[in-house]
Design a protein. Structure first.
Length: 579
């Protein structure tokens, strides 16, 4: 003779024996004790949470000859008949296999017939499986049944139950059992049944049960039969760690091993979604997480490393894969493609993927060390393209040495005359330069002079280029000398010296002193007081224009000739030609 399974042997027989559904028990007991029971109930919830067992206990309490506080005594003839399954007061029907209109019509026809007890109870399991016509046929009787008839509808998917049926019932929702309640119940059964099993196996049984009392007891029975070995199915930790590391290799390996050991791809996906839901709840509402206490810290750590946005993204992607598996020729391929897309986000061209990549790039950019300011082209005032970094022949790309401007103490503004009588430039204009990181040697400055046109002049435009073309560079010790024909030209070069210095320093590679001088052998020196600025520029500055001189030029106006003659001859009168 086959041994009775644990979940049938320890099925609750009274409201007091139901675990983890206190809200349902209190509602039903109070209604029965006060004679306010409903004519129709809808029990919904996950599998193995006690819906059918509670419906049978409800039948007992409704027909018990000696109820105590709304609960059945379990000793009267009616209670024993219901426990043995031969009572005429309860009719159970599996709506999953009896979905037609004829099955419902048979219920309607027999509902008016009496029964030995006070109430005749119809239990319709998986009522969401009824066809549309069958549900319509049940409506009238469900709304106004005979006074002695009570309907109890049970379902694991209440959203599929037509709204017209739900509105005619009292809806009671069953929940998965909390881990501590389920563990206490399992240990009581182990002790009562005299089972031998290790604590580690008990924890594995609780994880395998996932909050369902029936599934947990089935896993316990299997663990006892195999000597404490529990097949936990999907190695969720392997999948989660691979997703955290963005490593596709271990991810596909975990799929292969799990499928090889007989796990269906759809089941793998469901297990992952269930675990990720706990990860999400650990971030939002930790009190709702239903895992053993020794797993809470581990689960929370994985949730933190994944991040809430990515957890939601993974759940959405795997959920879509579960839907796609229904019509797929190979469900494993659908699962693998979804997991690879989660690791390689460049394969996902959706808006969420673009946002995620931008967020990751911003995070990487913020973690980089600060870069030196980009050099500025004095001719345009804009940053030099590619000027932030330079290539070091001896190593990787490095920052260029861009000398920063530093203020130096101003020297006395006294001017001295040389042998030609031309005043020397002030120290602020001639030698106030950025301190060099090392002394400029004649060789480095001479290279600036040799490449003056390509290295300096060609990098300038407009007025800057015209002014600097008036100067001829040369080297005197560690100083770069800019020689011009006359003092007005020297003044103009000094005026733009703050813009010229960075360019010259970059060309030399160091910050060197720069002096502007008037040529001693220039005949233009003697005529500096009488020559105009435009004449002093010379042929090399043909594109130079004096803005002050432009202001004195006659402008074009819209005044007519008649008005101009009137202004020239006050009091005159213009006589038209026809007079």
């Amino acid at each position: 003779m086959a041994v009775q399974s644990l979940y049938r042997r320890y099925r609750p027989q009274r409201f007091a024996e139901i675990r983890g559904q206190d809200h349902v028990v209190k509602a039903l007991q109070y209604a029965i004790a006060n004679g306010r029971e409903s004519h129709a109930y809808l029990f919904s919830g996950p599998r193995g949470t006690g819906k059918t067992s509670t419906a049978r206990i409800l039948v007992k309490a409704l027909n018990c000859s000696d109820p105590v506080d709304g609960d059945a005594c379990g000793q009267c003839d009616s209670c024993r008949a219901i426990e043995q399954g031969n009572s005429f007061d309860v009719i159970e029907l599996d709506a999953a296999s009896n979905t037609g209109v004829d099955d419902v019509r048979e219920i309607i026809a027999s509902a008016s017939l009496g029964s030995p007890g006070r109430h005749k109870v119809y239990i319709l399991d998986e009522v969401h499986m009824l066809s549309k016509n069958a549900s319509a046929a049940l409506l009238k009787t469900l709304e106004e049944p005979p006074s002695h008839v009570v309907f109890v509808l049970a379902t694991t998917d209440p959203e599929k139950v037509p709204e017209t049926i739900r509105s005619r019932t009292q809806h009671l929702q069953f929940h998965l059992l909390p881990t501590d309640v389920l563990e206490s119940h399992v240990r009581w059964i182990i002790e009562d049944a005299g089972l031998s099993i290790e604590d580690e196996a008990v924890q594995a049984v609780l994880r395998e049960g996932g909050g369902s009392a029936r599934d947990t007891l089935s896993a316990l029975e299997l663990a006892v039969a195999t000597g404490g070995v529990v097949d936990e199915g999907t190695p969720v930790d392997d999948f989660i760690e691979a997703l955290i590391a963005y490593d596709v290799g271990p991810l596909l390996t975990a799929v292969a091993h799990t499928v090889q050991f007989g796990r269906d791809p759809r089941t793998i996906a469901n297990d992952l979604v269930r675990y990720l839901r706990d990860c999400f709840l650990s971030q939002m509402s930790p009190e709702l997480v239903q895992v053993p206490s020794d797993r809470v810290a581990h689960l929370t750590d994985q949730a933190v490393r994944l991040g809430t946005p990515r957890i939601v993204k993974i759940i959405e992607t795997i959920g879509q894969a579960i839907n796609d598996m229904r019509n797929a020729l190979d469900a494993r391929v659908v699962l693998e493609v979804a997991l690879v897309r989660l690791v390689h986000q460049e394969l996902d061209m959706g808006l969420d993927s673009v946002v995620a990549r931008l967020a990751r790039l911003e995070k990487e950019w913020e973690s980089r060390p600060l870069l030196a300011p980009a050099p500025v082209d004095p001719s345009t005032g804009r940053a030099v393209l590619g000027g932030r970094v330079s290539v070091d022949p001896s190593g990787p790309i490095a920052r260029p040495s861009v000398p920063a401007r530093k203020a130096t103490p101003a020297q006395s503004p006294k001017a001295s005359s040389d042998s030609t009588g031309a005043p020397e430039a002030s120290s602020k204009s001639e030698s106030s330069t950025t301190p060099a990181p090392h002394e400029a040697g004649p060789a480095s400055l001479q290279s600036v002079v040799d490449g003056w046109t390509a290295g300096v002049l060609d990098r300038l435009k407009g007025m800057h280029r015209a002014v600097l073309k008036m100067a001829e560079p040369s080297v005197r010790g560690d100083t770069l000398v800019l020689a011009v024909d006359n003092e007005p030209s020297a003044a103009r070069v000094r005026k733009y010296m703050d813009d010229f210095k960075p360019l010259i320093h970059r060309s030399a590679g160091v910050a060197c002193p720069i002096v502007v001088e008037v040529r001693r052998d220039s005949a233009a020196v003697a005529n500096t007081s009488s020559s105009s600025p435009v004449d002093q520029v010379g042929d090399d500055s043909a594109d130079y224009v004096d803005l002050e001189e432009i202001k004195t030029l006659t402008t074009v106006t819209n005044t007519t000739i008649a008005d101009q003659l009137t202004e020239l001859f006050p009091g005159s009168e213009l006589i038209p030609e026809d007079e």
